[in-house]
Design a protein around this ligand. Structure first.
Ligand code: NAD
Ligand code: UDP
Length: 323
């Protein structure tokens, strides 16, 4: 049984689909602060399988402990948290409470229930200002905002925990920019209010919910002057979690892995690609740079590729043939 905190959210819902398709049993633990229970019904429709759903908050130790015990959790994938950079600057304590205290409470509950496998959603934001590119996992870490600081703090907490008890199995996944939605069209990103991120904003312009996109900065030192990022399809990202679970099953460890493609695309590349996909023009205007933005970055995805290759080459038929 895989216990998925934040499983009703954007990345969590896509991961639940892939977990169920791979034959895992799944319990979603979510407080629905940034998602709808409808997403869970859609997951069941896509997969034809059932999920266990527990409404609860990761800041509540009693709720967590009961949920871990009654669900029979063997491993946790931990998505639950707050993710808006701008909001984190205005409400730092709320971010520390949800992301840091929430994760601390989760780890304590896991320890007391002897569940010692966790995959954690970290972010490329922990690399801060690039000292070299592409970012390898060994790039120095620094946070330039409160959200990034909460991710960095949790990463350190997980590493300290593993140092104290090497029977833990910990996967820290540093996501680059997740985009896209499930091919069924039944689940996707549904941000509340004004979207902070590029692609949900573009999508809302395309359907007429917003008049135009502000392209923040066209004077960067990039091929077309707009910001360049490493966009990874959300289903590929979801599959990265299954690969991480497989690898953790092989042996206890604390591993940190980039999940990106290694290829950078500009804002205008993304707008053009979306125009082609939807067959409509996307209105935009150039606006001043967004505070705190970096011109360009992408992942060095070699480690994730090596892990996948090592697993697949050693287990060509997956778990079905033992050796
Ligand atoms: P999301 O907001 O769609 O999903 C998060 C889910 O967690 C939501 O369903 C929300 O209701 C739930 N949640 C929030 N606080 C909770 C709490 N205290 N208790 C229980 N449930 C709670 O976000 P997402 O885009 O799916 O991101 C998932 C994780 O990945 C987050 O930790 C985020 O920081 C991280 N991440 C996201 C991105 C991105 O661009 N989307 C990039 C890097 C890392
Ligand atoms: N961006 C933009 N307009 C928007 C939102 C984002 O031009 O409404 C740009 C932003 O400046 C960056 C890229 O799109 O260059 C990706 O931004 P997003 O917020 O999606 O991801 P992040 O900056 O966190 O990597």
């Amino acid at each position: 049984m895989i216990f998925v905190t934040g499983g009703a959210g954007y990345i969590g819902s896509h991961t639940c689909v892939e977990l169920l398709n791979a034959g895992h049993q799944v319990t979603v633990f979510d407080n629905f602060s940034n998602s709808q229970p409808e997403a869970l019904r859609r997951i069941e429709r896509i997969t034809g399988k059932q999920l266990q759903v527990i409404e609860g908050d990761i800041r509540n130790p009693a709720e967590l402990k009961t949920a871990l015990q009654t669900s029979g959790a063997q491993a946790v994938i931990h998505f639950a948290g707050l993710k808006a950079v701008g909001e984190s600057e205005q409400q730092p304590l709320r971010y520390y409470e949800n992301n840091v205290q929430g994760t601390l409470t989760l780890l304590q509950a896991m320890q007391s229930c002897a569940v010692k496998t966790i995959v954690f959603s970290s972010s490329a934001t922990v690399y801060g200002i690039p000292q070299f590119l592409p970012y390898t996992e060994a790039h120095p870490l620094s946070a330039t905002n409160t959200y990034g600081q909460t991710k960095l703090t949790v990463e350190r907490m997980l590493q300290d925990l593993y140092r104290s008890d090497a029977t833990w199995r910990i996967g820290i996944l540093r996501y680059f920019n997740p985009v896209g939605a499930h091919a069924s069209g039944l689940i996707g990103e549904d941000p509340q209010g004004l979207p902070n991120n590029l692609m949900p904003f573009v999508a809302q312009v395309a359907v007429g919910r917003r008049e135009f996109l502000n392209v923040w900065g066209n004077d960067y030192d990039t091929p077309d002057g707009t910001g360049v990022r490493d966009y990874i399809h959300v289903v590929d990202l979801a599959l990265g979690h299954l690969a991480a679970l497989n690898r953790l099953q092989a042996q206890p460890q604390c591993m940190t892995v980039n999940l990106g493609t290694g290829i950078g695309y500009s804002v205008l590349d993304m707008v053009r690609a979306f125009e082609q996909a939807c067959g409509k023009p996307i209105a935009f205007q150039f606006s001043p740079r967004r505070a705190g933005d970096i011109a360009s970055y992408c992942a060095d995805p070699k480690l994730a590729a090596e892990h996948t290759w090592r697993w697949q080459s050693q287990n060509p038929q997956g778990y079905s043939i033992s050796h």
